[in-house]
Unconditional design. Structure first.
Ligand code: PEP
Length: 253
């Protein structure tokens, strides 16, 4: 029988947001507080690093957690423009996304780099959200499962546990395009991820959260979130406005 796993709905603001955007987190927190029935999921917002402390303050005393979008593998040093996991933690983050396909594509991040970043997150006491996903060409070539298994093998630290690590399956061709895989396709990939996690991490692998990401919106969230082994969502565009993000969180009401 599948392990009971509390879902996570995480918003990735990417390179969007200024101080005034804290009103969206405040609005989200109000919706959460006002809901008669509380959603059966954790809620996370990952803004640009410049906003972590501002949003942490806006979310104070609420159920909204704050996270980073990337971190450096090292704790400190001569790495101009980079941010250590410890700095994210210090600013108020509880999670950090690593290995997002935009980082892999725009910054040439390999599985080994992503793994080092996930280890850094763990070292700092952050939960790492490790992203994997195939490109459209890989999908068309029937390589999806091979690619995903390879990314999991190379990107996940050996000591990963359900508390410290979340997986996000994000088909690259579905990110920001309005296109999504069918629920059957999502079920196949998430089932294969679960199997790989259990084979490597045993009982911890059975409990690790596996998020689906890629064009999740209020209109498709309930269907996607009801797929077996989908334990929440990683949401880009639709997480920027509290109204839309709440529409996705509502899949867990
Ligand atoms: C993402 O960037 O992680 C993402 C899933 O984006 P979107 O929801 O906009 O497709």
């Amino acid at each position: 029988m599948a392990a009971r796993v509390k879902a996570l709905v995480a918003g990735n603001w990417k390179m969007n947001g200024v101080k005034a955007s804290k009103k969206e987190v405040a609005a989200l927190a109000r919706k959460l507080a006002a809901a008669k029935k509380k959603p059966a999921c954790d809620v996370l917002v990952c803004p640009p690093a410049t906003l972590i402390s501002t949003l942490k303050e806006a979310a104070k005393g609420t159920k909204v957690a704050i996270g980073g979008q990337d971190c450096h593998a090292k704790e400190s040093g001569a790495h101009t423009g980079d941010i250590a996991a410890e700095m994210l933690k210090d600013a108020g983050a509880a999670y950090v996304i690593v290995g997002h396909s935009e980082r892999r594509a725009d910054h040439g991040e390999t599985d080994a780099v992503v793994k080092a970043k996930a280890e850094a997150a763990h070292r700092a006491g952050l939960t790492a959200i490790v992203c994997v996903g195939e490109t459209e060409a890989e999908r068309d070539a029937g390589q999806t499962l091979k690619v995903i298994k390879g990314q999991l093998k190379g990107s996940l630290p050996d000591g990963a546990s359900a508390r410290t690590t979340v997986i996000a399956y994000e088909p690259v061709w579905a990110i920001g395009t309005g296109r999504t895989p069918t629920p059957d396709d999502v079920a196949k990939v998430h089932g294969a991820i679960r199997k790989a996690l259990e084979a490597r991490f045993g009982g911890e692998g059975a409990k690790m959260r596996i998020l689906y990401g890629g064009s999740v919106k209020p209109s498709n969230a309930a269907e996607l979130m009801s797929v077996p082994n989908v334990n929440g969502a990683l949401v880009g565009g639709a997480s920027l406005k509290a109204e839309d993000f709440w529409g996705i969180i509502s899949a867990y009401l």
